[in-house]
Design a protein around this ligand. Structure first.
Ligand code: CO
Length: 290
């Protein structure tokens, strides 16, 4: 956290100096619109499918607008750097865009809910706004924000359930979960999904409800089979290990030990057009203000 803070301070200092230097010229830079896509990031090669899908969709929806990427997770960025892949933090990516004389920037969160990562990103965007780095910089909502989004996500979930699944079998979605107050979105999603199909459950790896609560709910209904589905943009480490892994504490092992046969589906939500389109549509708001 300390190194992150330091890097932010350094970037902001550099950006401020650049800004002060350019203010002296007394002319307005020509309009240059850019998009910055910000994901948590993943070091798993399988995650790239999700990011590529989002990248292609954004470029198709908003042709001619340069698209940049940043990862909020410093752990992931450091892991990737060791493999020779340089990924920017949002702070560095925005400083670069400032240096490249972008005047209007739409920053799009590729997170699932407005949790810690999203709110850190808000602070970063706010910082660049306060220092007047761009004429306009606007942050787009994550996947689930408004009630309209929730309805779209419910439809998207209903649309990715395998046809082979029998209605009396469970569908268990694995969200990430967070200590942030927005963790409540997961239970809210489960409520809305169950209005359509009472055998769909939503749990989280690091928040509430956890797998123990979900297991008890499934057992209460005497369900013997469950389809495990990641509710994360990528099928990365959590999906592969915490959800579908063979370790005793994976969701597959915990449910299997309770007599529930599991079929994991290793696909991130951003691999499906229905989910990707929700994120892409969130750019419309910011871009319409430019
Ligand atoms: Co995690």
């Amino acid at each position: 956290m300390k190194t992150r803070l330091m890097s932010v301070v350094v970037v902001i200092a550099v950006v401020l100096l650049t800004a002060v230097a350019s203010f002296g010229h007394g002319h307005k830079d020509p309009k240059k619109v850019g998009i910055l896509l910000v994901a948590f990031g993943s070091s798993e090669a399988s995650a790239q499918v999700s990011f590529d899908n989002l990248d292609a969709k954004v470029k198709k929806a908003y042709p001619g607008i340069p698209v940049r990427w940043a990862y909020t997770s410093s752990i992931i960025r450091h892991k990737l750097a060791k493999q020779g892949k340089q990924l920017d933090s949002p702070e560095v990516a925005l400083a670069r865009m400032m240096d490249e004389k972008f005047t209007h920037v739409a920053v799009q969160s590729l997170h699932t809910i407005g949790g810690e990562e999203y709110h850190d990103l808000r602070k970063t965007v706010g910082g660049f706004k306060v220092m007047g780095a761009f004429q306009k910089i606007i942050l787009g909502y994550p996947l689930m924000s408004t009630q309209e989004d929730m309805a779209k996500v419910v439809d998207a979930v209903m649309g990715i359930i395998p046809e082979k699944r029998n209605k009396n079998e469970a569908v268990v979605l694995m969200g990430h979960g967070t200590p942030h107050p927005s963790n409540a979105f997961y239970a809210a999603l489960m409520f809305q999904l169950q209005l359509k199909d009472p055998n769909i459950f939503v749990g989280t790896v690091e928040g509430y409800p956890g797998i123990d609560e979900v297991r008890d709910l499934v057992l209460k209904k005497k369900i013997k089979k469950a389809w495990l589905v990641p509710l994360m943009s990528v099928a990365g480490d959590h999906a592969k290990n915490d959800m579908a892994g063979d370790e005793d504490d994976s969701w597959k092992s915990i449910l299997t030990a309770a007599g529930i046969q599991c079929t994991p589906i290793l696909k991130g939500t951003a691999e499906y057009d229905s989910f990707a389109d929700i994120w892409v549509s969130h750019l419309q708001g910011p871009l319409s203000h430019f």
